[in-house]
Design a protein around this ligand. Structure first.
Ligand code: NAD
Ligand code: ZN
Ligand code: ZN
Length: 347
């Protein structure tokens, strides 16, 4: 079968021919129907040889941590799934036994690292292939009649902002302001989640007018170019008070500094992007009682919830399709900032 693999540190991902896997006991084989292209893959492929190895990534690595598929074959003992079922893949695999996993929060599993459990596409073979193995049937969620290509990215570009935003909802009633920095794959879904679930006015920031156009298209009330004048613009929009929640989908030094500087008292400053930034926190550096969070992905229950938001028409992903043969071009487009919404690979 064909797969998109990262084969050598510092190289570009390439389409290769590998053996079709077969499911072991308790596993599920999916025929992949769609796989989303996430900026985190670029982060992984930007690591030095030393950091790549230290973080436990294998070579070759079949990419793709947003996946959807049709159940092709069930391993021995798998129940409650049938060949032909359409599913979305829950990516942050955990042990399934610890206190966090018992709550569906496998994204915060306490045993995954020690037991070498890795998400598909970020260690285990991912979704950018004709077929993929799911280690346990609890790691898929029924798609029902949701279109896989339109909705595959909800497994990360939807789930991650959903998890980030849900915890801040008590602070986002009517009359409040939420700032979204970076309106790409995650950010443009984040804006829609804020519109669906909160009373906040949404202020969206990006570095390009095209991205801000998408932000307005998906419901942002205000758009601001992300430069040195942005903090003043946000102060003005919020009547001098600042934002009640800031979601930084870039996570670079300037965006994190901006995020902290526009937080109102008791705001949540949530850094989702992994752009390598840091920010100094201390008395006088951020508003009183502001909280800084660094969330990761989301829970199994939240994936079901975000798919329900799509089902009720409250969230939709702007997608650009590529074939598996053209997948390297999708990564080039992402690196060039030329993807509107999310690039999706359709094997
Ligand atoms: P993307 O490339 O689709 O979107 C990033 C957007 O940020 C683009 O629109 C870009 O123009 C914009 N941007 C870049 N620099 C900016 C700046 N200085 N100010 C404002 N906007 C700027 O990326 P994505 O796939 O949406 O991922 C966003 C980030 O989230 C990445 O760092 C990714 O690795 C990370 N991520 C984190 C998690 C998590 O669990 N914490 C999960 C998925 C992705
Ligand atoms: Zn991702
Ligand atoms: Zn666990």
């Amino acid at each position: 079968m064909k797969a998109l693999q990262y084969t050598k540190v510092g190289s570009h991902p390439e389409v290769v021919e590998i053996e079709k896997p077969s499911p072991g006991p308790g596993q599920v084989l999916l025929k992949v129907t769609a796989a989303g292209v996430c900026h985190s893959d670029e982060y992984v492929m930007s690591l030095s040889e030393e950091d790549y190895t230290a973080q436990g990534y294998p070579l070759p690595l079949t990419l793709g941590h947003e996946g959807a598929g049709i159940v092709e074959e069930l391993g021995e003992g798998v129940e409650h799934l049938s060949v032909g079922d359409a599913v979305a893949v829950y990516g942050p695999w955990g042990c399934g036994r610890c206190h966090q996993c018992a709550q569906g929060k496998e994204n915060y599993c306490v045993n995954a690292a020690a037991e070498g459990i890795k998400p598909p596409g970020l260690g285990a073979p991912g979704s950018m292939a004709e077929y993929m193995i799911i280690d346990d049937p609890r790691h898929v969620v029924p798609l029902g009649d949701l279109d896989p290509v339109q909705n595959v990215s909800l497994t990360d570009a939807g789930l991650t902002p959903y998890h980030a935003i849900k915890a801040s909802l008590p602070k986002l009633g009517a009359g409040t302001f939420a700032v979204v920095i970076g309106t790409g794959g995650l950010g443009h879904v984040g804006i829609q989640i804020l519109r669906a679930l909160s009373g906040a006015q949404v202020i969206a920031l990006d570095i390009s007018e095209e991205k801000l156009d998408l932000a307005r298209h998906v419901g942002a009330h205000h758009t601001v170019i992300s430069d040195e004048k942005a903090a003043a613009a946000i102060r003005e929009i919020t009547g001098g008070i600042g934002a009640n929640a800031v979601f930084d989908f870039v996570g670079a030094k300037p965006t994190m500094a901006l995020a902290a500087s526009v937080a109102a008292s008791e705001a949540d400053v949530t850094i989702v992007g992994i752009g390598g930034g840091t920010v100094e926190i201390g008395f006088g550096r951020i508003a009183f009682d502001a909280a800084v969070r660094i969330p990761y992905w989301g829970s199994r229950a939240e994936l079901i919830e975000v798919l329900d938001l799509a089902r009720s028409g409250q969230v939709s992903v702007e997608t650009q399709r590529y074939s598996l043969d053209d997948a390297p071009a999708a990564y080039e487009a992402l690196a060039a900032g030329a993807v509107r919404g999310r690039a999706v690979i359709v094997p």
